[in-house]
Design a protein around this ligand. Structure first.
Ligand SMILES: NC(=O)c1ccc[n+]([C@@H]2O[C@H](COP(=O)([O-])OP(=O)(O)OC[C@H]3O[C@@H](n4cnc5c(N)ncnc54)[C@H](O)[C@@H]3O)[C@@H](O)[C@H]2O)c1
Length: 321
């Protein structure tokens, strides 16, 4: 289906991710029907969507009129038929469980056209398995956002063994229209791309603390005031390109690899977290939070606010806001 035939969207599952996706779609002018199984979940989703719009407005990223127009584009329902019957794109954000996602897919398919693209927000499940009993698995894709999807541009697109190239292209083009940065995985891979990168770094962080090299707080300082500043702007390959001067990444590899291979031999390779790590991590983070200034936030809620305002500035620099 050509992307310009997408006129209306359904978000199935209205939790943290579903309500954030809905915010993204309505802000780009798409009418959205947001479905969940209970009135309480829908009431909470409505609050989240309004809160998302209010924060964007408070930060002068959208006008009051845009917020009001966006809010008018959304409807809430517990009736699956009403949610999906006349839409061309469905973003499924139900619980992360094969059986539940298979059942949701089955109930959506009863009321959708065979052309409708069904994109699952799954964080790590295989589309082949989710779409195992689907009547039209060719239109099923994975579209893993980074939380919160209405702010963070990345979407990792995954294919099942029956997903059609046309469905992938349609979804990618659609996400680009929404201001996202889709990346298509050429093979199924547990944890996709970004979470694997994140976990590779985190394993080394845990290892350094466990070995007594530094504290939990030092790890966060090292990332926040060092490479994290550059990573917000450039990926690791471009960073090594610049590190090599006129010789580029080839030059920096030749220069750095003999030494880096010695560190690599010494770095963490385990696949089971050390016993007691959650308690060590929590004690370290509690200490770090107590040491933060009031200005930068000391509680989870205050730090979320600090984070989101910083993200807005970075995204403006990337021309994504
Ligand atoms: N939270 C994150 O950081 C994050 C990030 C990326 C992707 N994801 C993925 O997004 C999906 C949703 O995660 P979440 O964090 O929003 O979870 P959540 O628990 O906040 O929301 C899930 C929603 O699904 C609803 N639900 C339950 N059964 C349903 C059914 N049969 N039909 C429709 N809806 C149903 C629940 O009532 C709930 O509102 C998961 O697949 C998760 O892995 C989460």
């Amino acid at each position: 289906m050509p992307t310009n035939e997408i006129k209306k969207v359904a978000c199935v599952g209205a939790g943290i991710i579903g309500s954030s996706w809905a915010t993204n779609f309505i802000l780009k002018g798409y009418p959205v029907c947001l479905y969940d199984t209970g009135q309480k979940q829908l009431d909470n989703a409505k609050k989240s969507v309004i809160n998302n719009l209010t924060i964007l407005q408070k930060n002068a990223l959208i006008t009051q009129q845009t917020a009001a127009e966006a809010e008018n584009l959304i409807t809430y329902t517990m009736n699956m038929e009403e949610a999906v019957q006349a839409v061309q794109f469905i973003q499924e954000s139900g619980p992360e469980n094969y059986e539940i996602k298979q059942n949701i897919l089955d109930s959506m398919e009863k009321f959708t056209s065979s052309e409708t693209i069904i994109a699952s927000s799954t964080s790590g499940l295989l589309i082949t398995e989710i779409a195992k009993f689907s009547a039209h698995p060719e239109r099923c894709i994975g579209a893993h956002p980074y939380n919160p999807p209405h702010i963070i541009p990345l979407v990792e697109i995954t294919k099942g063994d029956k997903t059609s190239p046309e469905a992938v292209k349609c979804a990618c083009d659609f996400y680009v229209r929404l201001g996202k940065e889709p990346i298509v995985l050429q093979k199924e891979s547990l944890g996709f791309i970004a979470n694997r990168l994140q976990m590779g770094l985190f394993r080394e962080a845990v290892d350094l603390v466990t070995r007594g090299v530094c504290s939990v707080e030092d790890i966060d300082k090292a990332v926040t005031f060092g490479p994290g500043l550059r990573w917000a702007l450039l990926g690791p390959n471009l960073i090594f390109q610049l590190a090599g001067g006129h010789q580029g990444i080839r030059g920096s590899s030749l220069h750095m690899n003999p030494s880096a291979e010695k560190w690599l031999a010494d770095m963490a390779k385990w696949d089971k977290f050390p016993d007691g790590w959650p308690d060590v991590a929590q004690t370290g983070v509690d200490n770090e939070m107590a040491n933060r200034s009031v200005e930068f936030g000391k509680t989870n809620d205050e730090i979320i606010q600090f984070r989101d305002q910083g993200l807005f500035e970075i995204l403006k620099y990337h021309k994504k806001m």
